[in-house]
Design a protein around this ligand. Structure first.
Ligand code: PLP
Length: 389
């Protein structure tokens, strides 16, 4: 079930009023339920654009983080471009009106068939290896982007499988020159879930120094990275300091290259994670070895982040039913999904000791890498989804 509802959230709305609203939506639409607040997404776009505006940077959204057309449409309306890594995601982006010029395709092992289609559609691609670059140019492209491996740029970054080492960049330039093509873009994926700009900027500065050596450079694309304070410890990523770092990079680039170079920034998590809540209903309460386990009508099949990223758990709280009171002492509780899989554990939280079947639990920051990662594993029904406008 998919529903649209009026957004009654405002700055003045208290946390409790918000939870009452979530509980009302849960009883109206059923659970498990994703509630997206499109107003918050708009506000987040403006915040990120404010950070990029001083450097004339372009904001793209990494569709892997959330592929809901309702969300992509809001982003498209606000002039956000798309970072896609598959043809279905490209079609979704185009379907909501994001044009090829505002789209970049960044992936590994792109098939020749996909390369042909991208060239027909005039979508820029950031190639992952020298052989992918050759294949792209053999098909007749006159320009290409290349991915730089972040770990090869030095520093303490752990090794990853993406892109070419910085030392191969001159070879990439000559591969392009051999067929009178130009290497116009550099993409660097810094990593994900960083809590501070200091964890990202040194690698980015190094990437920009290396990119500046490309004779035909016209853009640098920075893939993702900004993290979310999932556990609500009060540490928000400092966007203004990151913006200052980007401004330094942009200045360096235009000084070195002698003309403006476009900066593209393509966050996924940072744009949408905080804009949704997942609501699930308690279906069982039991004790085992003195520990409390609460079964819910959700599952890691439809709420998969805890399985993939147990190190950054979501904040979880009781939100209803609103007519009842659960003010007793809090108990450590494991929240488990309705399946046979022993790893179906959605999280651990301090929840009221008198929690009952029928109670509602809310998981915050549920907008990224959740619905887009959900799978058929465990045969769970599709959650209801509400978009607050
Ligand atoms: C190429 C690329 N860009 C951007 C992102 C978004 O990263 P994040 O969610 O950390 O912002 C991803 C995520 O996988 C990606 O693969």
């Amino acid at each position: 079930m998919e529903t649209e509802a009026m957004d009654t959230t405002s700055v003045a709305t208290t946390a409790r009023e918000h939870d009452v609203r979530l509980a009302a939506l849960a009883s109206e639409c059923g659970t498990p339920l994703y509630v997206y607040n499109l107003t918050l997404i708009r506000a987040r776009v403006l915040e990120l654009k404010r950070m990029l505006d001083p450097v004339g940077g372009q904001l793209f959204f990494a569709v892997v983080a959330n592929d809901r057309p309702e969300i992509l449409r809001v982003l498209a309306e606000m002039g956000v471009g798309a970072c896609v890594n598959s043809m279905p995601h490209l079609m979704l982006a185009h379907g909501v009106g994001i044009v090829s010029a505002d789209t970049q395709f960044t992936a590994t092992g792109i098939t020749l068939q996909d390369m042909r289609r991208l060239q027909e559609l005039k979508v820029r691609a950031n190639l992952d290896s020298l052989s992918q670059l050759e294949a792209w140019l053999d098909l007749g492209a006159t320009e290409a982007g290349i991915r730089l491996n972040a770990a090869s740029l030095g520093g303490s970054r752990s090794a990853d499988r993406l892109g070419i080492p910085a030392s191969e960049l001159p070879t990439a330039v000559s591969i392009a020159a051999r067929v009178n093509a130009r290497l116009t873009g550099v993409h660097v994926y810094l990593g994900t879930s960083f809590q501070s700009p200091e964890e990202m900027l040194p690698t980015l500065r190094r990437a920009v120094e290396v990119a500046a050596g490309l004779p035909s450079l016209s853009y640098v694309n920075i893939g993702g990275g900004i993290g979310v304070d999932y556990e609500h410890r009060g540490r928000r990523f400092n966007l203004s300091a990151f913006g200052d770092g980007l401004a330094d990079c942009a200045r360096f680039l235009s000084d070195r290259v002698g003309r403006p170079v476009d900066l593209v920034f393509e966050p996924g998590r940072a744009l949408v994670a905080e804009c949704a809540t997942f609501v699930t209903t308690v279906t069982d309460v039991k004790e085992l070895r003195g520990e409390r386990f609460v079964g819910v009508d959700g599952s890691i099949a439809v709420f998969p982040r805890p399985l993939v990223h147990p190190e950054s758990p979501h904040s979880i709280r009781w939100i209803g039913p609103t007519a009842s009171d659960r003010s007793g002492p809090l108990l450590r509780t494991s929240i488990v999904g309705r399946s046979s899989f022993s790893g179906d554990i959605l999280g651990v939280a301090q929840l009221p000791g008198d929690l009952r079947v029928g109670d509602l639990l809310a998981f915050d920051d549920a907008g990224a890498y959740l619905q887009s990662v959900a799978s058929r594993f465990l045969g769970q029904p599709e959650p209801s989804t509400v978009f607050l406008r």
